[in-house]
Design a protein around this ligand. Structure first.
Ligand SMILES: [Zn+2]
Length: 179
């Protein structure tokens, strides 16, 4: 499950296990969390989140549902960062290195979101449909204080959305309980 040369592959393997209800031992969760935490704030990170390994974004990602997605690098790095944060929150490994990496990501990315809110933009969505689902999925872990309010606003946006690229299948992931 853990691939220390590829954060995306690791995140994908964990999410697949979550989706199919496979058990992940605490020792494996701890190793995975330590690796994810080690990627916080490294070059290539988005908004203080968790950076892909070098060369990882050369090819485009395929969404977990199998949908092929051509991603711009910032979107891919954003989605990867949000999914990484979600996994750390769900595993809840209480070592100082993991907890401090979560805290730094929360501080930096939380400040980005707070800044967007202060400027008057909506809080229910992120830049595009694909990024928005990753944003919602991370919010369900309660990593930020106003997560519920953000999800509530997002569900109104989802109900009224008309953008052609609304990622319906990836939205299903949002509905799936984790762990
Ligand atoms: Zn986007």
């Amino acid at each position: 499950m853990l691939d220390t040369r590829n954060l995306g592959a690791t995140v994908n393997a964990v999410n697949e296990a979550f989706l199919f209800g496979e058990r992940i031992s605490r020792s494996e969760a701890s190793k995975i969390s330590t690796f994810i935490a080690s990627r916080q704030g490294l070059p290539g990170n988005y908004g203080g989140l968790f950076a892909p390994a070098e060369g990882e974004l050369v090819s485009s990602y395929r969404l977990f549902t199998g949908d092929s997605v051509v991603m711009t690098a910032p979107a891919a790095r954003h989605i990867l960062g949000e999914e990484s944060l979600s996994i750390l929150m769900v595993f809840d490994i209480r070592t100082p290195e993991v907890q401090s990496a979560i805290q730094r990501a929360q501080d930096r990315f939380g400040e980005n979101l707070a800044e967007v809110r202060r400027t008057g933009y909506g809080i229910g969505t992120f830049c595009c449909g694909k990024c928005t689902v990753a944003y919602w999925r991370a919010l369900t872990t309660g990593w930020i204080d106003d997560a519920e309010e953000r999800i509530r606003a997002g569900m109104v946006n989802l109900a009224t959305a008309s953008q052609p690229e609304k990622p319906v299948s990836y939205c299903l992931m949002f509905m799936c309980p984790k762990a």
